[in-house]
Design a protein around this ligand. Structure first.
Ligand code: PA5
Length: 428
């Protein structure tokens, strides 16, 4: 069976003229070459470029050793972080559903009192709790306040010395978070300086929580490495990421404003959240960019499906097809007349696949440009490939859009008003 990730394009109404994509790819070969070389202007943001820089075998062994200490003792790990600091590990844990590890709880991604209160009472039901606070510079409010509350919770339950043994923090060396770790004996992991939050999957940020959960991080990193090698050596005309970036760019030029990631495995719900953050924060600036959204099917076909089929023609879809069967549930025969006899003996997996194909057919015949990203399976290796594919594609897409892929100046605007009203020193 073909193990490659492939990308095809279905455009029944011919929005992209014959030869147009090939022309665009040819004209964008320089963008690919510059991204592969790593541009000088982004040299402080390209730490994720070479997977081995932060996820070489020694680092993976170290992370796995730390994770086994936690796994041997914990029945819950609370991952504190927001945005790029927690999205990738949460996407992986939710997609792969590793068994036999501690429960993974997510905190520091909201200011909701209800959520914090519920997390605290949920923790009362666990015997042995560890936490990992992930924050690049430890200036973000959500992880900052959650860390204080959860740290004190651990101290009350276990005493200061034992709590310290149970606390991990992942931050920039030299940051105030690092200082807290030094002062109080917490285990410090590295958030690399030249890697932005949303690009941090292949570092301690993404990999440590995954390892605690029981994900095979070596296979995940191998997937990232394999995709990196592929994208860095494939010629422009064959390059998977350049093809994807050029299709997005052409559709944007033709007036499409939304890209919808559509999938038929709810296990990908949090992967979609990671994808949405990656593209929204990277590309949505200077009045430009595609607004990334998602459809978790078949459920969403019964809600937004109506709009997609017949509403304003503002979106195109990127379907994710998973080729491997990973489960089987066969419709049992039934003597009671429920009128679903036409499905007797059929496997849910096949019914779902037929629904996926039918959706693509209906949407594409309805005039919606449809991309199909076909992946071999939903396992560690493929997920690693998918992460790297979207990271590198995002870099290329931003280059084609003409924006900086690595900053996010727009997210500061609301913070000014919030900090002023909260009385943060130095904010007027
Ligand atoms: O991708 C990014 O850079 C952001 O989404 C950050 O990850 C997010 O704002 C959290 O930042 P920090 O880790 O500093 O708390």
């Amino acid at each position: 069976m073909n193990k490659d990730i492939t990308l095809s394009y279905l455009d029944t109404r011919g929005q992209i003229a014959p030869g147009e994509l090939e022309e665009k790819i040819k004209a964008s070969a320089g963008v690919l070459a510059a991204a592969v070389a790593g541009e000088e202007q982004y040299k402080d943001c390209l730490g994720w470029h070479n997977v081995d820089d932060w996820a070489g075998s020694e680092r993976l062994d170290f992370l796995m050793e730390q994770a086994s200490r936690v796994r041997a003792d914990a029945d819950a790990l609370v991952v504190i972080g927001i945005g790029g600091s927690n999205q990738a590990s949460r996407a992986a844990v939710k997609a792969l559903r590793p068994k036999n590890g501690p429960a993974i709880l997510w905190a520091g991604n909201t200011i909701s009192a209800r959520e914090m209160a519920d997390t605290l009472s949920e923790l009362d039901g666990y015997k042995s709790i560890y936490i990992d606070c992930i924050a690049k510079n430890f200036e973000t409010l959500e992880p900052g306040i959650a860390f204080r509350v959860l740290r004190q919770y651990l101290e009350k339950r276990y005493g200061e010395a034992e709590a310290a043994r149970r606390i991990f923090a992942t931050g920039t060396p030299g940051s105030t978070l690092h200082q807290l770790c030094r002062d109080h004996g917490y285990t410090f992991l590295t958030f690399p300086g030249p890697v932005g939050g949303r690009y941090s999957i292949g570092t301690d940020v993404g990999l440590f929580p995954m390892a605690v959960a029981g994900i095979d991080i070596k296979a995940m990193v191998q997937g990232m490495r394999d995709m990196r090698d592929r994208l860095f050596t494939e010629k422009a005309e064959d390059n998977l990421a350049l093809k994807y970036a050029c299709l997005r760019s052409l559709l944007q030029e033709k007036g499409y404003r939304l890209e919808m990631l559509a999938f038929f495995e709810p296990r990908l719900d949090y992967f979609a959240k990671w994808f949405i953050q990656l593209f929204a924060e990277s590309e949505g600036k200077e009045g430009k960019g595609l607004y990334p959204v998602c459809a978790s099917n078949s459920e969403d076909l019964h809600s937004i499906g109506q709009f997609i089929q017949q509403g304003s023609p503002i979106l195109f879809e990127t379907f994710v097809e998973i080729r491997a069967r990973d489960a089987s549930v066969v419709m049992p025969k039934e003597t009671k007349a429920d009128y679903f006899q036409y499905l007797d003996g059929k496997d849910f997996w096949d019914i779902n696949d037929i629904a996926r194909k039918a959706t693509m057919e209906a949407h594409s015949k309805g005039g919606i440009p449809c991309l199909n990203l076909s992946v071999p399976a939903l396992d560690e290796h493929t997920l690693g490939e998918m992460f790297y594919f979207f990271l590198f594609s995002c870099y290329l897409a931003c280059k084609l859009t003409g924006v900086n892929p690595f900053d996010q100046p727009g997210v500061e605007a609301y913070k000014g008003y919030m900090f002023k009203n909260l009385g943060k020193p130095g904010v007027n």
